[in-house]
Design a protein around this ligand. Structure first.
Ligand code: RFL
Ligand code: PHB
Length: 390
């Protein structure tokens, strides 16, 4: 079998790239290790930059997003028992973010792919990448006990941090950069109205907390938890108590509790692999880089990678030039590193580290106080939060 671009992974980056390529008549096959239901069962990102929304629109997958997404023009920072609003729109000339779950983005993209009759092979096991250093790459995979071979022009590695694509590159050709944080985020979804109209990022001496949402009747909350903690150790009651203790009184009083219907712990990590291209293999999204969720940048970086790669493919297939593909890695990495820096900084000022202590707590509070009272500092936060230009 043959196709033009094999896409490994049907997360948001693979699906978005596939839809954009379909729009210019480029054929793709997506190979996904898990089942469709498993991919849709993962609860992850919730905040979309305008560039991500625009790209979903270009892919023809933004109708429901426009109808149901919540436009937020500010966020709040909570510390020292008080809530401080950062007016994103006022500080950035009217820009805002859209709150819409990654699960919904994935759902919408899968629906568009199905409607266009495009091929996704779910539960494709043992995906292996060959000859991407030359002109004729191919991929093999197993499905229902049979091994298949797919020849192609290019391979897009959209298979996340634990995928096969990055691991297929010879070690000497890759340089990796990594920081692990000594804590995780325990996240809970509950069918209750959110505590605040906008997101609240809270610094507290007991640890970080975040009030987010999926809609006006569905809340997403997180608390920082020790590394290695198990979900089973967190009853709903324990979670709600801990969350409220970390919030200013007035916000805590607005938390509506209820049974959780999803509860999971995510580790926090910063990771970048350079470069993002090896001959005819391109790494995209989490396959190339991971950021801690504090800045809400992971999915948005996946989208900007897709933007750059799609532009390169469009020029290539329209016979114009290979220049876009040649600059893909450098362009993507320049934006990636700024988001890595922002997410690392947000993580540092908001979380309790093993060595934070009383001194570190006061330093964090002083930085947050400066941040919310200095227009220059608030603007720097706002510009990064709504998304740096592509
Ligand atoms: P994904 O979503 O991991 O998809 C990769 C897909 O590849 C498949 N796969 C394979 N397929 C075939 N063969 C193999 N060998 C394969 N190995 C893996 C996987 O099954 C999967 O379907 O990567 P992608 O598409 O690059 O998308 C990246 C985003 O998912 C990620 O960056 C965000 O979720 C990060 N993130 C957030 N990003 C934001 O922009 N805003 C947020 O508010 C936000 N919040 C978050 C987050 C991530 C979180 N967790 C759990 C890490 C909150 C959390 C808690
Ligand atoms: C979420 O709603 O899941 C979410 C929101 C903001 C973040 C991270 C996660 O920074």
């Amino acid at each position: 079998m043959r196709t033009q671009v094999v896409i490994v992974g049907s997360g948001p980056s693979g699906l978005l790239l596939g839809q954009l390529l379909a729009g210019i008549g480029v054929e793709t096959v997506i190979l996904e290790r898990s089942s469709r239901d498993h991919v849709l069962g993962r609860v992850r990102a919730g905040v979309l930059e305008q560039g991500t929304v625009d790209l979903l629109g270009e892919a023809g997958a933004a109708a429901r997003l426009h109808a149901e997404g919540l436009s937020h023009s500010g966020i709040s920072l909570a510390f020292d028992g008080r809530l401080h609003r950062i007016d994103l729109a006022e500080l950035t000339g009217g820009r805002h973010v859209t709150v819409y779950g990654q699960t919904e983005v994935t759902h919408d993209l899968m629906d568009r792919r199905d409607a266009a009759g495009l091929v996704t092979v779910y539960e494709a096991s043992d995906v292996a990448l060959y000859d991407f250093g030359g002109a004729a790459p191919f991929v093999t995979y197993d499905k229902d006990g049979i091994t298949h071979r797919m020849d192609c022009d290019f391979i897009a590695g959209c298979d996340g941090y634990h995928g096969v694509s990055r691991g297929s590159v010879p070690e000497r050709a890759l340089k990796t950069f990594e920081r692990q944080y000594p804590f995780g985020w325990l996240g809970v979804l509950a069918e209750v109205p959110p505590a605040d109209r906008e997101l609240v990022y809270a610094n507290h001496e007991r640890g970080f907390a975040l009030c987010s949402m999926r809609s006006t009747h569905r809340s997403r909350y997180y608390v920082q938890c020790p590394e290695g903690d198990r979900v089973e150790a967190w009853s709903d009651d324990r979670f709600w108590d801990e969350l409220r203790r970390r919030l200013p009184e007035q916000t805590a009083a607005s938390v509506t509790t209820g049974p959780s219907f999803e509860k999971s712990i995510a580790p926090l990590r910063s990771f970048v692999a350079e470069p993002m291209r090896f001959g005819r293999l391109f790494l995209v999204g989490d396959a190339a880089h991971i950021v801690p969720p504090t800045g809400a940048k992971g999915l948005n970086l996946a989208a900007s990678d897709v933007r750059y790669l799609f532009d390169g493919f469009r020029d290539f297939y329209q016979g114009k030039s290979e220049a876009g593909l040649d600059v893909y890695s450098a362009k993507a990495l320049a934006r990636v590193w700024k988001a890595v820096r922002f997410s690392w900084w947000m993580t540092n000022i908001l979380h309790r580290f093993p060595d934070t202590g009383d001194f570190g707590q006061r330093i964090q509070e002083a930085e947050l106080d400066y941040l919310v009272h200095s227009r220059a500092a608030s603007t720097a936060l706002a510009e990064n939060y709504v998304g740096l230009p592509y």
